[in-house]
Write a protein that binds this ligand. Structure first.
Ligand SMILES: [Zn+2]
Length: 91
């Protein structure tokens, strides 16, 4: 868990891409894209509501490595989040 091709992760070695979020100027890391970026707040609110409906709090561990019965619905909600944010090709 935690290795991505985002510019703030392993993707920093890819030339010609921006290493910072164009809105927040923070490094483009998984925590930024999934938990903090203001560009995706509306979509994140839906993700958080979906997680809460399964008794899961929104944090990096729960999103990337959900446990038990929540695993499938959390991954479904994560896929929806990535697609809604148009960042599915960046993670
Ligand atoms: Zn951002």
């Amino acid at each position: 868990m935690g290795t991505t091709l985002l510019p703030g992760g392993a993707g920093k070695n890819v030339l010609g891409i921006d290493h910072a979020c164009p809105r927040c100027q923070e490094p483009l890391t998984a925590p930024h894209m999934l938990l903090h970026c203001q560009n995706h707040k509306a979509q994140r609110d839906h993700l958080e509501a979906a997680l809460h409906s399964h008794g899961v709090a929104l944090n990096l561990s729960n999103v990337l490595d959900p446990k038990g019965a929540a695993r499938s619905p959390v991954f479904s909600a994560l896929v929806k989040y990535l697609l809604d944010c148009l960042i599915n090709d960046k993670i």
